[in-house]
Design a protein around this ligand. Structure first.
Ligand SMILES: C[S@@+](CC[C@H](N)C(=O)[O-])C[C@H]1O[C@@H](n2cnc3c(N)ncnc32)[C@H](O)[C@@H]1O
Length: 172
């Protein structure tokens, strides 16, 4: 319950960067995990880990967790002491990537100014062969990474048991 209250508190403060009022459901977490498992094995970075609702399902893959909020990071460190947790803006961490990585993305992109810097960064990493794949969920109907020149893109899963219902997109 503590996680839900903390999440709601953050949402009320900053709805655009939070995107939803409660953490993702276990059904969405599981759908994200299944989607990642179908892809090439590589180092994984999860950006926008929040309270760890997706992390819980992908922690066996030893992802690096990137989260901008300090309080969420403290919670993640308590629950995932074995993982590398970075309290930073995802853009900063993406600029440092020098080895192939797969990205699990939870940062909402709808109406988020973050997107205008994020898209060119992804294009750059993908062109350099450093970005192997991306898995992202979105509450909207549109392709959230439409402007990135991935060779393959697919709306892979739809999860009704989430508030709000979410689509899982996979790019490689
Ligand atoms: C929709 S919530 C997802 C949280 C969690 N992964 C889940 O599915 O419940 C978005 C998360 O992204 C984080 N976030 C937003 N902008 C960010 C940024 N620029 N860099 C890192 N994290 C960011 C927010 O603090 C929030 O925890």
């Amino acid at each position: 319950m503590h996680k839900k209250i903390l999440f709601l508190k953050k949402y009320l403060k900053n709805p655009i960067t939070m995107g939803s009022v409660i953490p993702s459901s276990r059904f969405l977490g599981n759908a994200m995990y299944k989607s990642v498992k179908e892809l090439e094995h590589t180092a994984v970075m999860e950006i926008g880990a929040g309270t760890g609702a997706i992390t819980q399902h992908i922690s066996s893959l030893n992802p690096v967790l990137v989260e901008i909020d300090k309080e969420f990071c403290a919670l993640l460190r308590t629950n995932y002491p074995h993982l590398n947790i970075v309290n930073s803006c995802a853009l900063e961490q993406l600029r440092k990537i020098d080895e192939r990585v797969g990205l699990v993305i939870s940062i909402p992109l709808i109406n988020n100014p973050f997107k205008s810097s994020f898209i060119p960064l992804l294009n750059d990493l993908y062109t350099k062969g450093l970005l192997t794949w991306c898995v992202i969920f979105t509450y909207g109907l549109n392709d959230p990474l439409e402007q990135v020149n991935f060779e393959s893109k697919k709306r892979k899963r739809f999860v009704l048991q989430n508030i709000p219902p979410a689509h899982v997109w996979v790019y490689s």
